[in-house]
Design a protein around this ligand. Structure first.
Ligand SMILES: C[S@@+](CC[C@H](N)C(=O)[O-])C[C@H]1O[C@@H](n2cnc3c(N)ncnc32)[C@H](O)[C@@H]1O
Length: 421
């Protein structure tokens, strides 16, 4: 596919804006906390005294400290944004220059042609249960980032806070409960499908995880001995997963405070202020000879690619694992067609997730097809899948487990094999 200069430029601007969002986190989050501090002084003196007696001001000071700790971590994540082939001079964080040693790409494969279309990225807010859609055009500053500092929007910061919680889901001990519910049935179905095979055979089987988030499921599958590739297009996720996978060595190397951004539904201080250590495993501990990669770019563009010479991905994958992914489709028919086409004969598609149609009610005039679960499964059958192992599994998604409010998805699980043509 020819690379359009405007697309690349738009992509770079969007990427620079995401980096700036990471860098502006402290100022943004501290301002929000400061509002609480100032509000105390608008109250009658007697009320102020009671709140001060409760230790409310000290709690605000602890939240400030936690925000600064988060900020130190987030700044490290974007310390070397040239990892994606972007020139660090493109970035303007409103003051400081981005500077640091040059690192080579390790696990990531990035190509600009694959990146096209990412500019229409958006957050699928499973974490905070809201639909949020934005295109680069809706970002505050869409001009040359060298000229004007970008001011992150509330939606940018929302995505960043979701990224922090995604670290808990994928790379902390605390996230294990949620991971076990979501990832374990998928890993088991994968093993069941291929039965008793040698380690050598396993390593020749190619597994794809589209919408890989912070990469833990894909990493786990590679750790099991399969060849595994994750695919992801969000710059938030890509920066964060690059950092955890390629720049983190030690278990518990970093400490995050994921729950300090909202004071609602908090039963006690620990529920809000408890630290979470990441990672729970050393990401570099894949067995020797493991084959693991993450590809940055839009799933439909990369894996659905067709040109005169044919369909480069057709029949290339032995298994595809979609976790909280299929509802990110604008056109689910195309997603399922691609999944079917790129599976090898006898290949398996294992799905887990709800149907929180990501593009429903979007404000960017993008098309959106929103089927119910029965319709999705019937569509899959018509496209050429045989569905088995169907069940409903209740799960949370990046919840604060100590919150007074908890959302539970009744997620759909199935194994689908590609029927012989
Ligand atoms: C709800 S998250 C699930 C992440 C991960 N699978 C998990 O279970 O934690 C959906 C992910 O799909 C990614 N995504 C959405 N549409 C995509 C597309 N067209 N191509 C690649 N990734 C996409 C989003 O950026 C997001 O990280």
């Amino acid at each position: 596919m020819p690379i359009d200069k405007n697309d690349i430029e738009e992509e770079q601007i969007h990427f620079a804006n995401v980096v700036t969002t990471f860098q502006q986190y402290a100022a943004y989050a501290l301002t929000a906390n400061n509002r609480r501090r100032k509000d105390i002084y608008t109250l009658p003196k007697a009320d102020q005294d009671l709140l001060i007696g409760l230790g409310y001001r000290e709690k605000l000071a602890e939240v400030d400290k936690a925000i600064l700790a988060n900020a130190a971590f987030l700044n490290q994540v974007v310390d070397n944004p040239e990892i994606f082939g972007h020139d660090p001079d493109d970035f303007d964080d409103g003051g400081e220059n981005v500077d640091g040693p040059t690192h080579q790409l390790d696990i990531f494969q990035v190509s600009h042609s694959q990146y096209q279309g990412h500019s229409h990225s958006h957050s699928h807010s499973h974490g905070n249960h809201s639909h949020s859609h934005s295109t680069p055009h809706s970002h505050g500053s869409h001009s040359d980032p060298r000229k004007r500092p970008y001011r992150p929007t509330d939606s940018d910061m929302d995505k960043l806070r979701s990224t922090i919680k995604q670290f808990v889901r994928d790379w902390s001990e605390e996230g294990k409960v949620e991971r076990d519910v979501c990832y374990e049935p998928m890993k088991k179905a994968l093993l069941d499908h291929f039965g008793d095979i040698s380690a050598e055979e396993k390593s020749t089987l190619r597994v794809l995880v589209p919408g890989a988030g912070l990469g833990r499921l894909a990493w786990d599958v590679a750790h099991m001995g399969f060849t595994c590739q994750g695919n992801e297009f969000s710059h938030y996720m890509l920066l964060a997963s690059f950092f955890i996978l390629n720049r983190t060595e030690r278990v518990g190397e970093h400490t995050l405070y994921p729950y300090v951004h909202s004071f609602s539904n908090i039963p006690n201080k620990t529920a809000m202020l408890r630290p979470v250590s990441i990672p729970d495993v050393s990401p570099s501990s894949l067995p020797p000879g493991s084959n693991f990669s993450l590809v940055a770019g839009d799933f439909e563009e990369i894996y659905g690619e067709e040109h005169e010479e044919g369909e480069p991905q057709a029949g290339e994958w032995n298994a595809i694992l979609t976790c909280f992914f299929i509802d990110t489709a604008k056109n689910i028919v195309n997603y399922l067609r691609i999944i079917h086409r790129i599976l090898a004969p006898g290949g398996v598609w294992i799905n887990f997730g709800p149907l929180l149609w990501h593009w429903e009610n979007n404000s960017s005039n993008d098309p959106s097809v929103e089927l119910d679960l029965e319709e999705v499964k019937e569509l899959a059958r018509q496209i050429g899948f045989e569905i088995s192992n169907e069940r409903t599994i209740d799960t949370t998604y990046t919840n604060n487990s100590q919150s007074m409010l908890g959302y539970v998805y009744h997620a759909a699980f199935w194994t689908a094999t590609k029927k012989a043509a």
